[in-house]
Design a protein. Structure first.
Length: 245
């Protein structure tokens, strides 16, 4: 791991919950208490409970989108590695020590570091693909995160962004739940056009998209009129990073 880091002297190996280890990067990084830290186990259990079918569909779409993407892969906002582990992602970064501890227990082969997307602790041109799955709606500075995701990929690399479309059935459903859900209370949802605009900040375009989750949420308050034909989960695959811009 240290060979990939900027200022590796600022990285230390720390013990998390259950005795599991992860790296923490100490330089110019502040960690704020988040709901994902406080409710880590509740968040992780969703994938085996109510969210099981949605998760399987999302995983299928992401797996398909990653075909042909250069390695090594970095997941920014890896959480408890529900995607990193089955997809074979080699490196994961997340600000939550609790989620990283769950991830380490789930898959010890993944190289983990505690950090934030706005200040990635990695060297330039290190990875083949930067992956952000449901991360972009929770970060403080989306533009800066995209610029950092771009900085750490090498020539020919890609950025993969998976998100719930704000104008889709599930996007509208989650928007309505922001007042009651601890996880979505501060989330900012995006449309595909807005994701395209973010990628333009680093002179990339959306080369292709894949989508899934055509099923509707089971309950709505207020009788929202939904388009049943519109998939809610979108994965945007960027064009390749060029050697000279």
């Amino acid at each position: 791991m240290r060979d990939y880091l900027k200022h590796s002297q600022f990285a230390s190996r720390e013990r998390g919950k259950g005795g599991n280890y992860y790296y923490r990067y100490h330089r110019s990084t502040s960690y704020y208490p988040t709901v994902f830290e406080e409710l880590a186990e509740r968040y992780d259990s969703w994938f085996d409970g109510k969210g099981r079918d949605l998760y399987r569909e999302e995983l299928r779409v992401v797996e398909k989108s990653l075909k042909g993407c250069p390695k090594p892969w970095l997941e920014i906002g890896c959480g408890s590695c529900r995607f990193s582990s089955p997809l074979g992602v080699e490196f994961g970064l997340d600000p939550s020590a609790e989620l990283l501890s769950i991830c380490r227990e789930r898959d010890p082969s993944i190289q983990l570091i505690r950090g934030v997307g706005e200040n990635l602790p990695f060297l330039d041109n290190t990875f083949g693909t930067s992956i952000l799955l449901f991360t972009i709606c929770f970060v403080r500075d989306p533009v800066r995160v995209i610029k950092e995701a771009y900085r750490v990929i090498s020539h020919g690399g890609r950025i993969i962004i998976g998100f719930i479309d704000r104008e889709s059935p599930w996007g509208r459903y989650y928007m309505k739940k922001r007042d009651t859900s601890p996880f979505y209370s501060k989330a900012k949802f995006f449309t595909l056009v807005e994701i395209e605009n973010l990628l333009r900040e680093v002179n990339l375009t959306v080369e292709r998209t894949l989508s899934g989750i055509s099923t509707l949420p089971t309950s709505f308050e207020g009788g929202i009129d939904m388009d049943e034909k519109k998939n809610s989960f979108i994965v945007a695959v960027s064009s390749r990073k060029k050697l000279f811009m």
